[in-house]
Write a protein that binds this ligand. Structure first.
Ligand SMILES: CC(C)(COP(=O)(O)OP(=O)(O)OC[C@H]1O[C@@H](n2cnc3c(N)ncnc32)[C@H](O)[C@@H]1OP(=O)(O)O)[C@@H](O)C(=O)NCCC(=O)NCCS
Length: 149
């Protein structure tokens, strides 16, 4: 990563934070397939742990979310980094923050459903590939991955 760029992680707080947060998530993960903005949210939003990555405190460049399926099992969803900022370590910073939250709550395992192109990223972080799972928009195959904490 360019050393002059400072990335700060924080949780969204204000209504404007959440607007920017959901907007980035939607643009990266949904817009290429659907204009329906509601498709980028689910029933766990209220109780989930949300993280935003800001460049120099001013520009939102990445987001990620963790929720709990049970006290032992956390799930990561909606990881998204701005395309122009990919491969600079931002996704890794977000992922580590989500994992730290899961550990601090006593979770034993993290699961997620990865798109094919995101598998190498999660493998780098020691997630195991378990097998094919859901398909989104009739074309985006997802792969179940998991990591023991
Ligand atoms: C997947 C995603 C979150 C990764 O974020 P990122 O900031 O680009 O990832 P990082 O820079 O932290 O990558 C860390 C390491 O993971 C691996 N990696 C990441 N993206 C990769 C890719 N496309 N191909 C191969 N390896 C990859 C590399 O080992 C990389 O280290 P390196 O760049 O030093 O080689 C991001 O690319 C993204 O938002 N993709 C589109 C949306 C998406 O697929 N989200 C996941 C939904 S399941």
């Amino acid at each position: 990563m360019d050393c002059s760029v400072k990335i700060e992680l924080r949780q969204p707080v204000t209504e404007q934070d959440f607007q920017l947060y959901y907007d980035l998530r939607w643009r990266i993960l949904r817009e290429p397939w659907t204009r329906a903005r509601e498709s980028g949210q689910d029933e766990h939003e209220q109780n989930a742990f949300h993280i935003m990555a800001w460049q120099d405190g001013a520009l939102l460049v990445g987001v990620g979310r963790l929720h709990y399926n049970s006290p032992e099992e956390a799930q990561i969803r909606y990881m998204a980094v701005e395309k122009a900022y990919a491969r600079r370590g931002i996704g890794s910073l977000i992922l580590r923050e989500l994992e730290a939250n899961a550990r601090s709550h006593g979770a034993r395992r993290i699961v997620l459903n990865a798109r094919e192109e995101a598998i190498p990223f999660y493998k780098t972080h020691n997630y195991q590939l378990l097998g094919q799972t859901s398909t989104l928009f009739d074309s985006l195959v997802h792969w179940r991955m998991a990591k023991e904490l």
